[in-house]
Ligand binder design. Structure first.
Ligand SMILES: [Zn+2]
Ligand SMILES: [Zn+2]
Length: 257
């Protein structure tokens, strides 16, 4: 199993990441990907992006950059006590997709039952597409209650490679989550959460989870060009493969070298 587009990556707009969007796209090209999802942090984190960053993506960042299709996204923060996000709806509406995640710095709740309740509210938000790194051990909650309802609300669950490095103890939780997604036919996306251009497409440890759960490839939205096209065409009417083909024909890859 491999991926054709990394749907969770950060640029230096999030200050603890270190590459520009151009460098990230070069990284995606080098990884053999057809697209890059750029998802900087929402403004509630101390070094998150200003909301104008997200709003301006469609104005300034071309669809094809360094030869890859750019998917304009955000990693919004899930806030307590009601699961709302830290980016206003009218800004989210300008994006191609939204990853929503819980982060230590902006979410103090630790009670599993309360977190489960909050996550069920998150499900009801139609602007959220992907639930980011659910397996963090400090936010343990009732995974089955949430995952059994993901299809009803059209949500994708993420398997995040960075969790195995940055959120220690995630492995068992991520395996449990993957098995539940398989049980309930919930689609997943496998992402690096890269904070540097050389990390785009790095899914070494996440792959182990996919193999251990014998996860079906047709349920991984970024495992093939066809899966990616199908998902974003249905959700946002994006013709990723068509745009890439057009760029090839016209020779316009918007590359700096
Ligand atoms: Zn995150
Ligand atoms: Zn992230």
């Amino acid at each position: 199993m491999n991926i054709v587009a990394d749907l969770h990556t950060h640029t230096s707009v999030s200050h603890h990441a270190y590459s520009t969007i151009v460098e990230m796209c070069k990284g995606a090209k080098k990884a053999g990907h057809i697209a890059l999802g750029t998802t900087d942090h929402g403004p509630a984190l101390q070094d998150g992006a200003h909301q104008w960053h997200f709003q301006s993506l469609e104005m300034f960042i071309p669809r094809i950059l360094e030869g890859v299709y750019v998917l304009r996204g955000a990693e919004a923060n899930i806030l307590q006590p009601d699961g709302r996000l830290d980016i206003p709806d009218h800004v989210l509406d300008t994006l191609d997709y939204v990853v929503a995640s819980i982060h230590n710095e902006t979410f103090l709740e630790r009670d599993p039952d309360r977190i489960t309740e909050i996550m069920l509210k998150v499900l009801e938000n139609p602007r959220i597409d992907i639930l980011g790194h659910l397996g963090a051990p400090i936010f343990k909650f009732d995974y089955e209650t949430l995952i059994s309802k993901c299809n009803e609300y059209d949500k994708v669950v993420e398997v995040n490679n960075n969790s195995f490095y940055a959120r220690k103890g995630s492995k068992e939780n991520c395996l449990e989550i993957a098995k539940l997604c398989k049980k309930y036919d919930v689609p997943i996306s496998v992402n690096s959460d890269a904070h540097f251009c050389l990390g785009v497409g790095k899914i070494d440890r996440a792959k182990g989870i996919i193999e251990a759960s014998d996860f079906p490839e047709e349920l991984i939205i970024n495992a093939s060009p066809e899966n990616l096209q199908k998902y974003f065409m249905r959700k946002k009417g994006l013709d990723i493969l068509g745009e890439i083909e057009k760029a090839k024909e016209s020779g316009e890859f918007n590359a700096l070298d």
